[in-house]
Ligand binder design. Sequence first.
Ligand code: SAM
Length: 388
Amino acid sequence: MKKFKFIDLFAGIGGFHLAMEQLGGKCVFASEIDKFCIERYKENYGIDADYDITKINPEDVPEHDVLCGGFPCQTFSKAGKQKGFDETRGTLFFYIEKILIAKKPKYIILENVRNLVSHDNGNTWKVIKKHLQSCGYRLTEYPLIISPHQIGVPQLRERVVILGIYDPENVDKYLNIELGKLKEKNDNSIDDILETDNYEKKYKITKQEERVLSAWDEFYKMIDLKVIGFPIWADYFDGHMEEDFPQWKKQFIEKNHALYVLYKSSIDRWLKKWKIYETFTPTQRKLEWQAGDSIESLWDGFIQFRPSGIRVKAPTCFPALVAMVQVPIVGKYKRRLTIREAARLQSFPDDFIYDNNDYQAYKQFGNAVNVDVIKTVSEALFNYKESE
Ligand SMILES: C[S@@+](CC[C@H](N)C(=O)[O-])C[C@H]1O[C@@H](n2cnc3c(N)ncnc32)[C@H](O)[C@@H]1O
């Protein structure tokens, strides 16, 4: 498609908007209810997105070629299975459907969480499929599952994308959309999105965090075990356990005790040197090494301080942004992921103006779609040709 018009529903900060624009699209309508997202949308694209999808008249939505939207995954009423009851009524999907019925855009691109297909024992996807088909859309049999790491962006974030073409005569025939060769997790490197200089002081880890991580780095280098298959838990080096501990915990404790016995004198020295029991919090006394033997030092990985302990991963891919309540630390720079880097993980361009409030900014990027993922699947959709 050369030039086309699109609408952006559940618009957030416009991941779909950027993807469509980069493919030649012009936004004619956007709908969003979050005050901060509406402000960012206006600031970045000059469009007022302040429309609640549940309150608009579908007839008032401008004509468009492509309908985009990442709608919340909700359970459709079980009562819907009874005859004569509209099962989508009341869900946000229902409002998309109303626009499709009124405007019949040629293409639909809908994004959702990974488990949409298995959600409610497969019923959610069945209902969505049935409704979209009855609106006149041809679909793929199952939604496409795709993650940014498969197209060279170092983030593991599997999402489903539902693609459809308006073709009421052929709704029974599935689209056979292929994405070509995709990359593996280890084909990526977080260096691709890192800012190497110019980041603000606020991203630096604290003195205590640095101390805690230095201690664990020393610990890791001290033991011969390079692939650690269990959390190292300083609180259980002595092997004490209660009767009612669950089995998994008892096993971890046994392994920790065995490790302690093996390296007793070094570990004792280490405990004393770093005053582990006196100065580390309980969660700082636990290490989850998930980097295999891919790195030799904790400082070569990226690290998260989680309620369950300190987690270290290989520097190939970041976890899905949405789960980033604890913003990851880039080991080699001893600082947290910057907001600009979070934007890059979602393939937002460097001139995108993000929220002044850090919490809002991380949250908005965490909720967004990855721009390049949407571009990749949309190109496959727009160029779709039937193979005989
Ligand atoms: C997962 S986010 C979508 C993010 C977006 N795709 C992006 O790239 O930034 C879902 C959005 O739907 C919005 N939303 C929820 N209910 C809505 C409604 N009734 N009308 C319009 N938007 C709504 C939320 O505020 C939220 O920002």
